[in-house]
Design a protein around this ligand. Sequence first.
Ligand code: NAP
Ligand code: G4F
Length: 346
Amino acid sequence: MAKIALITGITGQDGAVLARFLLEKGYDVHGLRPYSAVPDEGRLSDISDDIHLHYADMTDTSSLLRLVETYQPDEIYNLAAMSHVHVSFDMPELTANVNALGTLRLLEVLRIMGPQSGMRMYQASSSEMFGHAPAPQNENTSFEPCSPYGTSKLFGYWSVRNYREAYGLHASNGILFNHESPLRGEEFVTRKIIKAVCEIEAGQRDKILLGNLHAKRDWGHARDYMRGAWMMLQQDIPDDYVLATGQARSVKEFVEAAFSYIGRRIDWRGQGVDEKGYDSKTGACLVEVDPALFRPTEVRHLLGDASRAKEILGWEPEISFEQLVEEMMEADRVLPYGQTTKRYAA
Ligand code: NAP
Ligand code: G4F
């Protein structure tokens, strides 16, 4: 019989990637969709006939309980979150309610179902929990979160560990470093840069406005990371794992990689808020800093060490940074008549 998976956050980047991965593995895929006045299947439009979507919300315990009781999933992937770090400073209470208490609510549901139910849970923990902790970061690094998002995720992380120990639940934390894809939300820096570069190439805009150009992130591909999440739930013993590529690049380097894909080189001049990126041939200003995009506190350097996942799960990233940029560029490139070149295929 097909295994049943329940994905919270199925309408997000990772949920959409994971749903495709699990469908290919023959799973019966169920997903939780929060209510929206303007329903939009967006990232799921091409697989909407193959999955089951149910209205429920991480802030509504009875909706979670009803779903889990009704469909008895073998595997639950808790991906739902208010996931934008900058926005979490504007809505800290909502962030904590969804990310921290939402995870607790789901764990309570699993506790009610009991360990004999055999249900397994994956928790989408985040490298943002490391905050100011020096790089490289791994499972033994202490957490120093520096955003409401980071602190909310840390609550979820420790709740998973506590419920595992206290009630024998099969619940694992994936401490995932940044991962991207053509399905990444447009508010996140990689997709924002890629889209803007494609629009500049098509003559639809002049420049990109960015915040901190010097922050470093360890960027991988969502497809690799969702495969890793699934691998965690195939283990007999639940545990916590870092998934990362082991290579960090600055936002500036990401900008350079995206422009290089369309054959343009960037020369940087100036400092601080006056730093600008110019086209090395034409001298046109293509990148400027907008201080409104700075965060009150910022994680400066994330660089993951995923040796434990490699040793125990046999997980390694398969998609390089260059392939990631190429795939994102190809998906967003604008044809003269306004169509993108490729549809995303997971
Ligand atoms: P995403 O694209 O922002 O997706 C977040 C999902 O959560 C969406 O489906 C959203 O639904 C849903 N959601 C938000 N509030 C909800 C609520 N109250 N009840 C139910 N669902 C709710 O995020 P992602 O990049 O796929 O990330 C997936 C998870 O991994 C998140 O928990 C994120 O914090 C974590 N994570 C991500 C990364 C990364 O680099 N991508 C790294 C580490 C950890 P709607 O959009 O339909 O409202
Ligand atoms: O793309 P970002 O918004 O991702 P961030 O803050 O690292 O968070 C993402 O990764 C976390 C894992 O570490 C996840 F848990 C979280 O859910 C999310 O998926 O920003 C990346 C960097 C930051 O340093 C930011 O300050 O880019 C910098 N940045 C510079 N200009 C910008 C911009 N970020 C955004 N979103 N927009 C800008 O214009």
